[in-house]
Design a protein around this ligand. Structure first.
Ligand SMILES: NC(=O)c1ccc[n+]([C@@H]2O[C@H](COP(=O)([O-])OP(=O)(O)OC[C@H]3O[C@@H](n4cnc5c(N)ncnc54)[C@H](OP(=O)(O)O)[C@@H]3O)[C@@H](O)[C@H]2O)c1
Length: 232
């Protein structure tokens, strides 16, 4: 992570997930990284995207240690007890869609709301949130998965909008939406049989490399694990 200053601080949100745990492990091994903090619904401080007070509390506690140069949001939901990726319009359930939006769209924006003030004003910093290629409207050729697709498209818009605001006071800060590839985790497990999968470590290494090479002009963009820009 040579683009960040020596001793930089990083926070991984969703460190209990497949990709989040791998990102945290790589950051902890990165020579220039002074501190990498993992937060999740099981950590202390605890962070639950569906409870804004926990996000504000975690940001307050982490701010006591100084500025944060990299905030990597690896949270997300595709399926849960209530949420099943819809194959047809008839399966669309507004309550399940609301849960997808709370975790995949407004949750990450709440993280940015409470953590962006921890990003330094005069040093390079990055807020990266994992989106998904299926959130691309222009790339949607298959249909289905209404709630997940729409919540990731909403996440992309929220990040793009925040990137514009944040650049006014923090010209060296970047906001990125990332696509991790198809990765062998709990989230992809029911849908990935027969597909070539990245390990979480492979995907994490590729995304950290994209972050490391991203220039200020990349802020507000949607980038895949190989650095390719994905259309909205
Ligand atoms: N795997 C893939 O192929 C793939 C492809 C495209 C995009 N993505 C995206 O990559 C990201 C990471 O997914 P993954 O594959 O690593 O899945 P994962 O192993 O299921 O991890 C998901 C993470 O999100 C956290 N999370 C869910 N709801 C939360 C909430 N209310 N508050 C706080 N944290 C919450 C989980 O925490 P708990 O441990 O507490 O549940 C977990 O840390 C997601 O945004 C996903 O959409 C994955």
């Amino acid at each position: 992570m040579s683009s960040f200053q020596d001793g930089f601080r990083a926070v991984v949100v969703g460190a209990s997930g497949g990709i989040g745990a791998a990102v945290l492990q790589l950051l902890r091994a990165a020579p220039r990284c002074g501190e990498a903090i993992g937060v999740s619904r099981r950590s202390s401080p605890r962070l639950d995207l569906e409870h804004e007070d926990t996000i504000a509390d975690a940001a307050r506690q982490i701010a006591e240690g100084g500025p944060v140069h990299l905030i990597f949001d690896a949270t997300g939901v595709l399926h849960s007890a209530a949420l099943k990726p819809e194959k047809a319009l008839s399966a669309f359930d507004p309550a399940a869609a609301a849960q997808a939006f709370a975790v995949n769209a407004t949750g990450p924006l709440l993280v940015l709301k409470h953590f962006h003030t921890l990003m330094p004003r005069d040093e390079r910093s990055v807020f990266a949130s994992i989106s998904a290629r299926v959130g691309s409207i222009s790339d949607n050729h298959l249909g289905g998965w209404y709630s997940y697709r729409a919540s990731k498209a909403a996440l992309n818009m929220l990040l793009k909008t925040a990137a514009i605001e944040i650049a006014r006071k923090r010209p060296q800060a970047l906001c990125l939406a990332l696509h991790p590839g198809t990765v062998n985790t709990r989230l992809s497990q029911p849908f990935a049989s027969g597909r070539d999968l990245f390990t979480p470590e492979e995907s994490a290494a590729k995304m950290l490399s994209v972050i490391d090479t991203a220039a200020p002009g990349h802020s507000g963009r949607f980038l895949a694990y190989d650095g390719e820009e994905i259309g909205w």
